[in-house]
Each structure stands twice: as structure tokens, then as C-alpha cells.
Design a protein around this ligand. Structure first.
Ligand code: AMP
Length: 234
């Protein structure tokens, strides 16, 4: 039995940080569509390169056709590996058709989405977090110049990579606005589609507090399944 979670929120809401914590705690696979797209974007010969590059640089959504392809392939790959207790969907679904697609693709594999956590933050916090954000290009660890600098200035705490830090090309004020508008335009329809599995989380708090809140929800689920004796999830 698996635990499948979607993390939904504006850019800079902390999806990456919470995904990393959830991954460690529950042995989940971290499926970030943003990371997968950035990986493809490294390969200029990819048939998807032009579109992905243009959409990321402008903060617009990459077409569902490409997203469906890469998500379905990845889910199949993860299922085959069989090494994980479930999947964290980070930044997916982002619109109604992606939500419908996710439900369908999981159900074809006898899986289901158990929770969708919506990480709510104010515009002010989002802009501040994004403008100060940088990542390790080797392992994807996320840092913030103000709130979470690495212990040594040029060394990644997670993988030990030296001089491996870089800023995302779409973490600029202009692009943030586009990404936020798109998120706000789609949030309600995705919430309506997923219904009672959606949980609103105040993500303006420190990462550890947010994580504790998410864990409490997951614990409740464990209790529920244990009591009902039908399905033990964790
Ligand atoms: P993220 O790393 O989640 O902030 O995503 C970075 C960029 O990748 C977004 O601004 C979009 O251009 C693209 N992207 C990521 N996930 C999706 C998705 N599920 N659907 C469409 N475009 C996406």
C-alpha cells in the first residue's frame, strides 16, 4: 500500500523543502515536474526543448501533452522500481486537466492520491523567498540567503558539492508575477476536483512547523486506516 501526496502552492511556498522532508521521513519518491522539465531543458536536442525553455523563462505552463508524457513515464518507472512507499507530486497537478489525468493514471495502477496539501503564503513572502532562493545544481537542495544559508558559503550541506550553487533563471520579479497569476487562476478548480483530500496549510511559518502540521494529518490517516482495519498506509 502506498502513500501518495500532492503539494500545491504558489512558487516559493516551500513545496521543495517540504518534499525533501517528506521524502526522508516516509521513503517517498519526489516527483517534481519542475525538476523533470529543467532536466529535459539541459538537452538542446530534445524535441521538447524549445517549448519547455520558452515556458519556463516566461513562467507559463508547459503544455499538458508534454506534462502527461513525462509524468506517466515517471510513475511507471517508480512503480517498477518498487523501492518507495509512495510518491510526492511537487508542482503537479497545476490545472484541471492535469488533476483529472493524475487521478486516472493512478487508478489505472490501482493507486490513489491520498492527500493534497495546499501551502498558502502571502505575496510578500513569496517574492522575498524567491528572490533570495538558490539551489545546489548537483542534488537540488534548496537554500535561502536570509533564512537558510549553507553552513559553509560554497559547499552544499546535503551532498558536499563545491561551488555548485546557482539561481534559477525564472526566479526573477517579472516571471514570479506570471507564475503567481497562473497559480491563482487554477487553484480553485484543482481544489474543487480533489475535494476532501485537500488540506489548507499556513505556509508562512518556519519549515519545521509546517512539516509537523503535515505529519499530524498523515498520522490521523494512519490511525483511520488502522482502526477501520481495511488498509494500513504507513
Ligand atoms: P516549479 O519548479 O514547480 O516552480 O516549475 C517551474 C516552471 O516549470 C513553471 O513556471 C512552469 O513553466 C513549468 N512547470 C512545472 N510544473 C509544471 C506543470 N505541472 N505543468 C506545466 N508547467 C509546469
Amino acid at each position: 500500500m502506498s502513500l501518495n501526496i500532492a503539494l500545491f502552492g504558489a512558487p516559493g511556498c516551500g513545496k521543495g523543502t517540504q518534499s525533501a522532508l517528506l521524502k526522508k521521513e516516509y521513503n517517498l519518491y519526489h516527483l517534481s515536474t519542475g525538476d523533470l522539465l529543467r532536466e529535459i531543458r539541459q538537452d538542446k536536442t530534445s524535441p521538447f526543448f524549445e517549448e519547455i525553455n520558452e515556458k519556463i523563462l516566461t513562467g507559463k505552463l508547459v503544455s499538458d501533452e508534454i506534462i502527461f508524457k513525462i509524468v506517466e513515464n515517471k510513475i511507471k518507472e517508480i512503480n517498477i522500481e518498487g523501492n518507495f512507499s509512495g510518491i510526492i507530486f511537487d508542482g503537479f497537478p497545476r490545472n484541471l486537466s492535469q488533476g483529472e489525468f493524475l487521478i486516472e493514471v493512478l487508478s489505472k495502477m490501482n493507486l490513489q492520491l491520498d492527500y493534497a496539501f495546499i501551502l498558502n503564503v502571502s505575496l510578500e513572502i513569496v517574492v522575498d523567498r524567491i528572490l533570495n532562493r538558490f539551489t545546489c545544481t548537483k542534488c537540488g537542495a534548496v537554500y535561502n540567503t536570509k533564512s537558510k544559508p549553507p553552513i559553509a558559503a560554497n559547499k552544499c550541506d546535503e551532498c558536499g558539492g563545491i561551488d555548485s550553487f546557482s539561481k534559477r533563471s525564472d526566479d526573477t520579479e517579472d516571471v514570479i508575477k506570471n507564475r503567481l497569476d497562473i497559480f491563482n487562476a487554477n487553484m480553485m478548480v484543482v481544489k474543487n476536483l480533489l475535494g476532501s483530500i485537500c488540506v489548507d496549510i499556513d505556509a508562512s511559518r518556519p519549515a519545521k512547523e509546517i512539516f509537523e502540521t503535515i505529519k499530524k494529518h498523515l498520522q490521523n490517516k494512519k490511525k483511520f486506516y488502522t482502526l477501520s482495519n481495511s488498509r494500513i498506509v504507513l
